[in-house]
Design a protein around this ligand. Structure first.
Ligand code: CU
Length: 137
């Protein structure tokens, strides 16, 4: 019986030491994030950032495909003239003066295919300067 007691004490010391060792070495489980941090991280993961180029007379890219609920962050560069990005279904209009940047962020919360266009007269090809946002379930 006395032998077992020493054995138990030795095991306890070993377990405690190992436990402290893990905690000190940083190899333990990562700290649990609180609900706000988790939600923010999840939202950040769903942000799709796209660089958009406007030039006479096209958009690059001219098609964006996302899943419903995606937060889109569009960063515009107007390279050769004054343009404007207009996505009526989402009530978005961004003026894009030549050589300036523009930015818009929104949640693609409507399912469907939505056209955008240049809504600032920029020349003969302005009417053809369109693109589409495709939002799937
Ligand atoms: Cu135009």
């Amino acid at each position: 019986m006395k032998r077992w007691s020493k054995w138990n004490v030795a095991c306890c010391i070993l377990v405690l030491t190992a436990g402290l060792g893990l905690a000190d070495s940083g190899e333990s489980d990562p700290p649990v994030a609180d609900a706000d941090e988790t939600a923010a991280a999840a939202e950040e993961a769903r942000v799709k950032k796209i660089k958009m180029y406007a030039r006479n007379w096209s958009w690059t890219p001219d098609e964006i495909r996302v899943k419903k609920g995606t937060r889109l962050s569009l960063d515009f560069v107007s390279e050769d003239a004054n343009h404007a990005f207009e996505l009526k279904a989402y009530k978005i209009k961004v003026n894009l003066p030549q050589d300036k940047r523009g930015q818009v962020e929104f949640v693609a919360d409507k399912v469907g295919t939505f056209r955008w266009r240049c809504s600032r007269p920029c020349g003969n090809g302005c009417a053809k300067m369109t693109g589409k946002l495709v939002v799937a379930e």
